[in-house]
Ligand binder design. Structure first.
Ligand code: TRP
Length: 333
């Protein structure tokens, strides 16, 4: 039996290098294993919890799909679809909501963080700006995972609680209906992190990110902003203390990385290191960038891949959904 691996990406715009090293690359690596069945979906309805701009949402869905395809996602190996194209997910979302203790959602980290932020901002209403979609987010995420009998979910550390909730909900459902129809998934925590321009973890919300695809000129400009210290070119430098080196290491081969480390120890100017990093990133990204641009200019190519993926995913979803309906006493007539 093959292992089923599934992951969802919330469309929030152009992915950055941290997403590439931390999520895209490791997920694509997993799909190369022929004993793996992989699903990758664009969690567009999860974005609706915060994105209320139709033009922006539509663009971000397209961008994130094009970016994964440009990075090498093979639609023959991986079933790629939009969450919104699988209506059964929203049916399961309701069923699972009715199995989920409200208290479990009250303890959700992201919900609690928003309450805390309201408190810190001195707002009298600590629930201000929190819609039911945000509150129920973990239930929809559980449906995403459980509907495909997923074995393993690669996610970043901040999503670990959502996976715990998914397991709790699956166990609760199974116990309630004396079945084992829902499979509690395992978490595969992604460990690769990349520092941003300021040395903090690269993230879009901190504004310290390097976009995965931008023009070479833009890329060069952004690399120039990476923080360095004031040591002179001839001074020996510790590569492990350098943001530039950490980013270089994430992309470079062992030999390339070692060669640069030697240069650091002998003394090298920051301008020169920046040039090396720029060249290395260009080497890795320029072909992918071309594919990305062509996919951005040909929405039909991306759309037909998503449509085809949705068709395959829906077939699977419908099979389990009809069993679930039977289990709860709402069989088809
Ligand atoms: N919550 C995830 C994130 O913000 C996205 C997501 C939605 C997801 N559904 C999922 C990830 C199911 C894995 C499995 O990154």
């Amino acid at each position: 039996m093959s292992r089923i691996i599934l992951t969802g990406i919330k469309p929030t715009g152009m992915p950055h290098l941290g997403n590439y090293i931390g999520a895209i690359q490791p997920a694509l690596e997993l799909t190369k294993d022929s004993s793996v069945t992989s699903y990758l979906f664009v969690a567009d309805y999860h974005s609706l919890t915060t994105v209320h701009d139709a033009e922006a949402l539509s663009r971000m869905i397209h961008q994130v799909s094009a970016a994964w395809l440009a990075c090498g996602l093979d639609p023959k190996k991986t079933i790629m679809y939009r969450q919104s194209d699988i209506p059964e997910l929203f049916e399961l979302n309701w069923i699972l909501s009715c199995m989920t203790p409200k208290g479990l959602m009250n303890r959700g980290h992201s919900y609690k963080a928003l309450i805390q932020a309201n408190r810190e901002a001195g707002r009298r209403n600590t629930e201000s700006g929190i819609n039911m979609g945000i509150y129920n987010y973990p239930v929809l995420m559980s449906a995403d995972i459980l509907l495909f009998s997923t074995d393993e979910v690669p996610v970043s550390e901040d999503q670990e609680q959502h996976l715990e909730i998914t397991r709790d909900i699956a166990v609760k459902f199974n116990h309630t209906f004396n079945t084992d129809i829902l499979k509690p998934p395992k978490t595969l925590v992604k460990t690769k992190l990349l520092p941003g321009l300021d040395g903090e973890k690269m993230s879009k919300s901190k504004g310290n990110h390097i976009p995965l695809f931008c023009s070479s000129k833009e890329l060069k400009k952004i690399i120039m902003k990476i923080k360095t210290d004031s040591s002179s070119p001839s001074e020996p430098k510790d590569p492990e203390k350098s943001i530039l080196f950490s980013i270089y290491k994430a992309f470079g081969s062992t030999e390339q990385t070692k060669a640069l480390a030697d240069k650091y120890r002998r003394g090298i100017g920051w301008g020169e290191v920046k040039e090396f990093l720029y060249l290395l990133l260009e080497e890795h990204l320029s072909e992918k960038r071309k594919v990305y641009e062509s996919l951005m200019n040909n929405p039909n190519t991306v759309n037909s891949i998503l449509k085809e993926g949705a068709k395959k995913a829906r077939e699977k979803a419908q099979t389990l959904m009809s069993q679930i309906r039977k289990t709860i006493g709402i069989d088809s007539l």
